[in-house]
Design a protein around this ligand. Sequence first.
Ligand code: AVJ
Length: 348
Amino acid sequence: MIHATLTPPSFDGTRLCDGFLSEAVAGLSQAQKVLPCKFLYDEEGSKLFNEICELEEYYPTRTENEILRDNIDEIAGLIGSGCRLVEFGSGDSAKTRHLLTHLPGIAGYIPIDISGPQLLESAVRLAGEFPGLEIVPLEADYEEVSEIPHTIRRPQRTVAFFPGSTIGNFEPLAAAVFLQRIALLCGSDGGLLIGIDRKKSKRILEPAYNDRRGVTAKFNLGILARANRELGADFDLSAFRHRAPYNETRGRIEMHLVSQRAQIVHLDSREFRFEDGEYITTEYSYKYTLPGFAGLALRAGFELVRHWEDRDRLFSVLFLRVRDRKPRPSGDLPGLDATPGEASESRQ
Ligand code: AVJ
């Protein structure tokens, strides 16, 4: 019997906790206070996020899973056998499990996640479930990955997997820069399987980020608890409230932590003043139209090969490939012409 190969997780980038202090201080010093969303995803936060994924109001996870399940043969065919599959922000690798079942010839799986404990736990579990699969986990802020770890088997190509509409965390310009980086990391024959959340009515969007059970609120407030625990800050968690409005103009959900009174918070021997009602921005979740996202990806060096959606067009999964460097006629968005379902893009 062939055993799975599991390389112990390696680290890339600076130590993550050093970053938290400097980035929190910098973020709270801005006129509009921010705490970068990656710090929501520590061990506790990752668990809460998994809980969010199970919520009735939170449609993205189950919808994306459904799209992946319904189209798995075609998707596996496009990824191709012999590839090196790299997942950015792998979490518990729940979505990948299904993909891997349909990719028997794969050269290796490289899960990248910022939460070390969750990364190791899910890699060990996957290794047990997929004998013969080489798993090379990488604990890193996926934005800072400069090289993809090698597998023992030489891969035919590298395909990135970026599910969950996590790309929505980036502001559009930063999203394009990040996609460009993925294109570079994957190289000329590379591919990208990515999930994006579609623009839709705020009647659907806002409940997804303001659930009745308050799991998202707990997840959001968790970043303050973490700052208290790890940085010695003195945030009063009962003096901040979670709120997540849809900013229609920008096309994004914004997660806020709203100060319930005028107060001063101490961190790193500094004082941060909050007015009553002032808020910290903790996360953006951008929503896209299909042509909007394909255009952004094109500028970043990817062309759309194929896309799938659910019947309500809540969510899309796209397969893109690294574009060859030859210039194209302007205005030409490869793969987007005569695509069914385009009429829905103007829909609310
Ligand atoms: C992990 C970025 C995909 O934007 O839907 C969910 C994060 N935050 N509920 C999203 C999130 C609050 C999630 N992503």
